[in-house]
Design a protein around this ligand. Structure first.
Ligand SMILES: C[S@@+](CC[C@H](N)C(=O)[O-])C[C@H]1O[C@@H](n2cnc3c(N)ncnc32)[C@H](O)[C@@H]1O
Length: 234
């Protein structure tokens, strides 16, 4: 189910929508996390294309305005890009930007990742998304079902899981009573869950946060990267 759009925090920030459209059109500086995500992905895509030269299919989960496509294109990382987001206005922005850039807006899928079915891909990228979900298990289970050989995830990973359900506080006037999740996930719990799904996890520091705790709308975030690669079949 796509959450009630009235209650979805991603539907209620005009300033974020404006920023996302500008970013998707390449009118804003590239986000550090997009640059790092592309750098992590490049050798994996390179190796995949040595086996099969066709650009591998990639799903950008919680794509927002779809700016990560630009980070890949600028670096010549050839993938068959698809973006997915459960926010109708974010998908609208991504489709508008793709149309203006001469790309196919049908590459943007309006869907809750927890409901994803029958979608196969070689790579999954999920940057700044998992933390905003009630639990990590449902999204990761659905993403493993895509058969992806690697999932590259930037999120709030720390020594233990902390569930935070708090007001955003930076939304459009009249919407600041709305609450969202701002969770931190235990690296150990996530790695154990992914191992059960057949993935080997490794964590890497975030180039921007450099191990510091960052505040995201006043909530503490320990940004780090998880690269989960499908274990070879025994
Ligand atoms: C902080 S934004 C990140 C956007 C983009 N990945 C980036 O790094 O700029 C989080 C995005 O994830 C989306 N999102 C959160 N949970 C989701 C879910 N369960 N299924 C699909 N999209 C989701 C939100 O709608 C929002 O657009």
């Amino acid at each position: 189910m796509i959450p009630d759009t009235e209650l979805n925090i991603w539907e209620h920030s005009e300033s974020l929508r404006t920023l996302c459209l500008r970013r998707a059109l390449g009118q804003e500086p590239e986000m550090d996390c997009a640059a790092q995500g592309a750098a992590i992905l490049a050798p994996l895509v390179g190796r995949a294309r040595e086996k099969n030269p066709a650009p591998p299919r990639l799903l950008d989960v919680g794509c927002g305005g779809g700016h990560f496509h630009g980070s890949l294109a600028r670096r010549g990382i050839a993938v068959d890009y698809h973006g997915l987001d459960y926010s109708p206005s974010m998908c609208g922005i991504a489709r508008q930007a793709f149309g203006r850039l001469g790309l196919d807006p049908a590459r943007i899928i309006l869907e809750d990742v927890r409901q994803l079915r029958d979608f196969q891909c070689q790579f999954v990228v999920m940057i700044n998304v998992l933390s905003f979900n009630a639990d990590f298990r449902e999204p990761l289970d659905r993403l493993a079902a895509t058969g992806a050989e690697a999932m590259i995830i930037r999120d709030n990973f720390g020594p233990k899981t902390i569930v935070r359900w708090e007001p955003d506080g930076y939304l459009d006037p009249g919407h600041n009573h709305l609450k969202g999740y701002w969770n931190q996930w235990s690296k150990k719990e996530v790695a154990a869950f992914l191992a059960d799904l057949g993935y080997r996890s490794s964590f890497a520091p975030d180039a921007r946060a450099k191990g510091r705790v960052e505040l995201v709308v006043d909530k503490p975030y320990r940004w780090s990267w998880l690269v989960a690669e499908k274990s070879a079949k025994p």
